[in-house]
Ligand binder design. Structure first.
Ligand SMILES: [Zn+2]
Length: 257
């Protein structure tokens, strides 16, 4: 879902400072992390939080006063809500199980009426019982997937109502994001030729494309004043982050005005 704007590779999530209070999830280009920085020199890690906040902002800007766009988004949400391949599978499985149960009962009746001998009965009975056991196992795993799907749909349905009434998304929601966003391209070159590793291009399933400055949404560093660099290899990213902090502040104060 996340694609590198420089090499076209995918992005992978890494945990930084996973044991400290500064922990965060960072998305990085696979080419750069696995093959080496020189294979994708312009890409940089971007905090997950920045992508999430940029999405909320992108959504807000697109929907703001534009009913058509909102309607298209709601349609996409509905499509996700109506997908129910799991439920069909579940019904089919239940039918199979009850058919086998019936067969088992018939077998017992036949044995009681002495229509089949004991040996045939036992072979058949074990065969059917094994099949039923197998299907029951399948059923229980399907049940838990269905539970997940139900809770996801419930949340999406709630969101549908919220979106319809207020037309805004207060905070990031993964289900809404996955329902309406096709992919996000991270990093790119601006019109003036400046390379921006934090440029975010949201490509929506409705065909819309929206560009956001991911640098604006990066979380403020909690350890900004400390210089005891917890992980030395991250200096590159950290120095960048402190530049961005100023941007974030000025942006925030503009907003307040
Ligand atoms: Zn790359």
């Amino acid at each position: 879902m996340l694609e590198c704007g420089f090499c076209g590779g995918t992005l992978t999530r890494r945990k930084w400072h996973s044991s400290s209070q500064y922990k965060k999830d960072i998305w990085q280009c696979v080419t750069s992390t696995k093959k080496g920085k020189k294979h994708c020199p312009h890409s940089k890690g971007i905090p997950e939080e920045a992508i999430e906040k940029a999405f909320v902002e992108s959504y807000r800007q697109l929907c703001n006063g534009n009913k058509d766009i909102l309607e298209d988004f709601l349609k996409k949400l509905d499509e996700t809500l109506n997908e129910s391949s799991l439920e069909k599978k579940f019904t089919k499985l239940q039918k199979k199980i009850s058919a086998l149960d019936k067969k088992k009962n018939n077998l017992v009746d036949m044995r009681l009426d002495e229509k089949i001998d004991k040996e045939t009965y036992e072979i058949k009975y074990t065969e059917i019982s094994l099949k039923i056991d197998e299907l029951l196992k399948e059923k229980s795993s399907l049940e838990s997937s269905l539970d997940n799907e139900h809770s996801m749909k419930k949340r999406l349905a709630e969101f549908r109502k919220t979106l319809q009434n207020n037309q805004v998304l207060d905070e990031f929601d993964r289900y809404v994001f996955e329902s309406i966003v096709e992919k996000v391209i991270v990093g790119g070159v601006e019109e003036d030729g400046i390379i921006d590793p934090h440029k975010l291009i949201f490509i929506y399933k409705t065909g819309l494309t929206d560009s956001q400055d991911g640098g604006k949404f990066k979380p403020k560093r909690k350890n900004a004043k400390k210089s005891n660099g917890i992980v030395t290899t991250k200096t590159d990213f950290c120095s960048q982050a402190s530049d961005e902090d100023n941007k974030l502040c000025s942006h925030a104060s503009n907003h307040a005005c």
